[in-house]
Design a protein around this ligand. Structure first.
Ligand code: ADP
Ligand code: ZN
Length: 602
């Protein structure tokens, strides 16, 4: 493992492995199979890239995302690693050339798309090549239980047979145990080990904001991240275009992205975003699968996602590089109604129930009063501690002020009881507020003692209170399309024992989203950082690669903090390996020295 640590600094410029990475690398180097379940940004790539450098032969990397392969290979080459890719975007002659190089042992990593594995020529090539390791990225694509099943991944079972004896490492950011078990089964990894890291993303700050005056809120948010990469997810294609236009008119650098655009328009938008030519991408969830941009600082959900899994995946695209980043969801109860409408249209009962249940969980995330991080971790089967602030969510950073709500709770529970526990929230509200609607009059509910006992409350506030009471277990809600409310045993005790209750003030001032917590945040010279970003952009454009292939933000921040002015000092900076030192060191040292000299004079 000492050799591995040397390779880590020489090629990648990193000082140490992350804890699980070290174990995985050792396990794979010993010739074992492995399944790695790690969240986005966890550092999966290194788990096979480092063994690839240490092993004698070729490492074959199967990846479904053609658009991503080139960036990954560019990044490896920039670090001096002999890597290449073959996929349908290359001419046959080029593919043949690359395979010849691989056959001669000139490559350490070869990235391929799964459909290539079935091609006869490719199977012959593999049989003759000296393959030391097979890495399967996005391994959940082999499972029909996953969210992104790809039939081409079935080819992997045969690859496994063709290259029997070659160790396999499968990797995915899927957090579902069921999918994990399916991967082990499909790839026949039973003899190997499964490595699961926590799915916590400590550098991400989560918050939910009411979807009121949403445009204004969005602009304020984006204003705090001006010039930095951000994604705004919308439900409908037309919303992405409208919002992108409105943001552009408001002076932001924004572009729309959705599956209805031509392939050219789509890849142009994606390319401009990856190369920092546009800061904000307003997109449907079609956007993101094929991108690996490490420095996305903000992900906003303009509409409610349908499942927590989907939400976790989309917002998880923020802050892959481990730097503080923010995930904000705009929530309105109206969005729930919209989704429910579509769910009710589903023909299959099982599918409908499943979708309803998933949506209910998503709503619970938004309406809950507890720590968002703990909610997510528990959702994915972890057992986070119950105590203390996570320091990175709105519930922990700015809990809404609570107020005594005993009286209104008594009124709500009584109204549910007196109307016979047969109605939904809307009807109970009408009674409480004293609305003489046709239905209320027909049923004679205007003569009940609870009629009109809460005239000062709006419908919206009453409904929100009812949801809180459901959350606290005082009210029960029937499942199904038209849920009715009932008072639970705890609710009856509340009334009979004259208990009191405090609830968050539902008309509380809008939550303030704080700056993300400064995990590993350095105080650095902002002016120099901007100059270094400029240099990075220029070099990236010259070389035709995305800026992060040159250096990541963390590297530039360390430079702007430590102000290295000699080669030795620069080598100590995060992300500066030997290859980059040789090719880029001088350019960056020049800018840093000039800046320091200028500061000294000023
Ligand atoms: P994943 O594929 O799991 O989403 P990546 O492999 O892209 O994650 O790694 C995410 C980020 O973490 C990369 O930007 C990389 O720079 C960083 N990283 C990975 N391993 C290390 C390490 N040992 N030390 C420092 N940074 C690391
Ligand atoms: Zn929290």
């Amino acid at each position: 493992m000492t050799q591995a640590s040397v390779l880590l600094k020489t090629y990648f410029g990193y000082d140490r492995f992350r804890p699980l990475q070290r174990e995985i690398v050792a396990h794979v180097l010993a010739g074992n199979d492995a399944l790695v379940l790690m969240p986005t940004g966890g550092g999966k790539s290194l788990c096979y890239q480092l063994p690839a450098l240490a092993l004698p032969g070729l490492t074959l990397v199967v990846s479904p995302l053609i658009a991503l392969m080139k960036d990954q290979v560019d990044a490896l080459q920039a670090n001096g690693v002999a890597a290449a890719f073959v996929n349908s975007s290359l001419p046959a002659a080029e593919i043949a050339r690359i395979q010849t190089r691989a056959g001669r042992g000139e490559l350490k990593l070869l990235y391929v798309a799964p459909e290539r594995l079935a091609a006869a020529g490719f199977r012959d090539f593999l049989a003759s090549a000296n393959v030391s390791l097979i890495a399967i990225d996005e391994a959940h694509c082999i499972s029909e239980w996953g969210h992104d099943f790809r039939p081409d991944y079935r080819n992997l079972a045969r690859l496994r047979q063709d290259l029997s004896g070659v160790p396999v490492i499968a990797l995915t950011a899927t957090a579902t145990p069921k999918v994990g078990r399916d991967i082990v089964h499909q790839l026949n990894l039973a003899g190997g080990r499964t490595f699961t890291s926590s799915f916590d993303r400590p550098n991400l700050t989560y918050s939910v904001q009411p979807k009121r005056r949403a445009r204004q809120r969005l602009e304020a948010l984006l204003g705090r991240y001006r010039g930095q990469p951000a994604i705004v997810y919308c439900f409908s294609r037309s919303d992405t275009e409208k919002l992108a236009a409105a943001l552009t008119a408001a002076g932001f650098s924004a572009a729309a992205y959705h599956a209805g655009l031509s392939p050219q328009a789509r890849s142009a938008a994606q390319e401009r975003f990856i190369r920092d030519k546009v800061s904000v991408i307003v997109a449907t969830i079609a956007f993101g699968m094929g991108i690996d941009k490490p420095d996305i600082r903000l992900v906003v959900h303009w509409d409610l996602p349908k499942t927590v899994e989907g939400y976790y995946q989309e917002m998880g695209r923020a802050g892959r590089d481990g730097l503080p980043s923010e995930c904000v969801l705009f929530y309105s109860f109206g969005d729930t109604v919209k989704h429910s409408y579509f769910i009710n249209e589903l023909a299959a009962v099982a599918e409908r129930d499943n979708a309803r249940q998933k949506l209910a969980q998503m709503v619970a995330y938004c309406e809950g009063e507890e720590c968002r991080r703990r909610f997510l971790l528990r959702y994915f089967g972890e057992r986070p501690g119950e105590e203390g602030s996570c320091g990175g969510c709105d519930a922990c950073l700015a809990p809404p002020p609570s107020a005594d709500a005993t009286e209104i709770t008594q009124k709500i529970l009584s109204a549910v009881l007196k109307t016979g526990q047969r109605f939904g929230a809307g009807y109970v509200c009408a009674v409480l507020r004293g609305a003489r609607t046709g239905q209320v009059l027909e049923r004679g509910h205007d003569r009940l003692s609870v009629f009109g006992i809460a005239p000062d409350y709006s419908d919206v506030v009453l409904k929100q209170l009812m949801r809180l009471l459901v959350g606290r277990g005082l009210l029960g809600k029937s499942p199904g399309e038209y849920p009715t409310l009932a008072v639970s045993a705890a609710g009856r005790r509340f009334l009979s024992q004259r208990q009191s209750i405090t609830l968050p003030r539902v008309q509380a001032p809008e939550t303030v989203v704080r700056r993300p917590r400064a995990a590993g945040d350095l105080a650095y010279d902002q002016g120099l950082f901007e100059k270094l970003r400029g240099l990075r952009k220029r070099l990236a454009d010259e070389q035709g690669v995305p800026p992060f292939v040159i250096f990541g933000d963390k590297t530039l921040m360390e430079m702007a903090h430590y102000l290295p002015q000699t080669a030795t000092a620069l080598r100590r900076i995060f992300g500066v390996g030997e290859q980059k030192m040789a090719r880029l060191g001088e350019a960056f040292l020049t800018v840093i020295s000039a800046h320091v000299a200028q500061q000294g004079k000023g």
